[in-house]
Design a protein around this ligand. Structure first.
Ligand SMILES: Cc1ncc(COP(=O)(O)O)c(C=O)c1O
Length: 411
């Protein structure tokens, strides 16, 4: 008889996982590294991880505790409690003049859960997904997982005055009869770009003309600086026909560990996704959903204060980093990342981005991420900094980086 134990003692092909080789997410690797060094007693400065350094706002924590006290600890509806979906629709409708109904929303375990549901629902072997790069890794890796092909289109680097832009011409010319989806992440991780309305409209027109889905990840939609205007894709009246929309609680409300995101799509799709999701994870965490209602209904002053503070940190980081020899710095307009171009420094010091990042960790105990961990290759001459760190950490960290650069240039 074939039993589990028999198979274990004599492995067969059945025991070979069919998971393709995927990239991990560097931020998680470097968090572990930072923790390891800190345990050894080093004063580590981390610009690696993509989460606000401010803990979840106290009113949200209280709401979570209250839900636990009331023993809201059982399963909920798979798509999320109605109260939360209603709060999400109110937020989206008031902000984007959209008309999203609660039944057009599915709450997921983190925005990553939503990315997985969205890509895996549409992409199969041979399908192509256009990914402007550098990019958040999940888009290309889930595409690969499904047997699809990410087609990377580099963002245009316009220098330290203008920063990054979508290359809509290249996106258009990369479309083939296999293209099913275009990724639009705005504001953008890792570059900190905020794509202006005309670029979004152009991309949307291209998608419509070619009948391609836009997977719009707007998880940083509250991290916008210099009072710039943000064009949310849900303000397009026909979004239901072309858009899978992703957002979440991790960044805006500093709730990364609560694991709550959401996907907005037309109702029939949400119904299908709900039957898909129930077979994967049943429902999002019950008491976290209650806390998320409070997040959306009574935390906006905290969010405003945090974003205001982040803008000041961005200013400080941009000012200090632009004095580092060979660094070309564009003060980001969105998210909380800065992505300096360090090509000149790399040429002069004759080392690679990865070697530089390793050197910073080993010798100076400063954590940054090499741009090469944001697929595919366009980021290879950049490093990513998160400025969700204190003013002191930014000052001290950039001094250390400055010293490392001087040392490497003198070698
Ligand atoms: C662009 C982007 N989308 C999605 C996510 C995932 O968010 P969550 O923690 O809610 O899964 C992140 C997290 O870094 C991100 O940067």
């Amino acid at each position: 008889m074939r039993t589990w134990c028999n198979n274990l003692s004599s492995p067969t092909d059945n025991f070979k996982p069919i998971i393709p080789e995927l990239l991990g997410e560097a931020a998680f690797v470097y968090v572990a590294k930072a923790n390891e060094l800190a345990k050894k007693g080093f004063k580590v400065i981390s610009f690696g991880v993509g989460q606000p350094d401010i803990p979840t706002f106290p009113n949200i924590v209280e709401a979570g505790k209250d839900a636990l006290d009331k023993r809201l600890t059982g399963y909920t509806e798979t798509a999320g409690i109605y109260e939360l979906r209603e709060a999400i629709s109110n937020y989206l409708n008031s902000r984007y003049s959209a008309d999203v109904k609660p039944t057009e929303i599915i709450v997921t375990p983190g925005a990553k859960g939503a990315i997985f549901l969205a890509i895996s629902s549409y992409i199969g072997p041979g399908d192509e997904v256009i990914v402007p790069e550098p990019s958040f890794p999940a888009y290309s890796e889930v595409t690969r997982f499904m047997g699809g092909k990410p087609v990377f289109v580099p963002l245009k680097w316009l220098g330290s005055e203008k920063g990054f832009a979508l290359d809509t011409e290249k996106i258009e010319s990369s479309i083939t009869n296999k293209t099913k989806m275009i990724i639009l992440n705005n504001p953008h991780n890792p570059t900190g770009a905020l794509f202006p309305e005309e670029e979004i409209v152009k991309l949307y027109e291209i998608a419509k003309e070619n009948k391609i889905i836009v997977l719009a990840d707007e998880i940083y939609d509250n991290f916008i600086y210099d009072n710039l205007k943000f064009k949310g894709i849900l303000s397009e009246v026909d979004w239901r026909d072309y858009v899978l929309y992703i957002n979440g609680f991790s960044k805006t409300f500093s709730m990364t560990g609560w694991r709550l995101g959401y996907l907005v799509a037309k109702e029939e799709l949400v119904q299908k996704l709900t039957r898909y999701a129930v077979n994967i994870y049943s429902c999002p965490t019950s008491f976290a959903q209650k806390a998320a209602v409070t997040a959306l209904t009574s935390s906006w002053d905290h969010v405003k204060d945090m974003v205001h503070l982040f803008q000041k940190r961005r200013d400080l980081m941009a000012k200090l980093l632009s004095k580092v020899p060979g660094f070309e710095v564009w003060p980001s307009k969105g998210a909380f990342y800065m992505f300096p171009n360090i090509s000149r420094f790399l040429e002069q010091s004759k080392i690679s981005t990865e070697e530089f990042v390793e050197y910073l960790i080993e010798k100076y105990k400063v954590i940054t991420l090499p741009g090469s961990c944001f697929p595919d290759k366009a980021g290879s001459k950049y490093i990513r900094f998160s400025f969700a760190s204190s003013f002191e950490a930014i000052e001290e960290g950039v001094i250390r980086i400055h010293n490392a650069v001087n040392e490497l240039l003198e070698k």
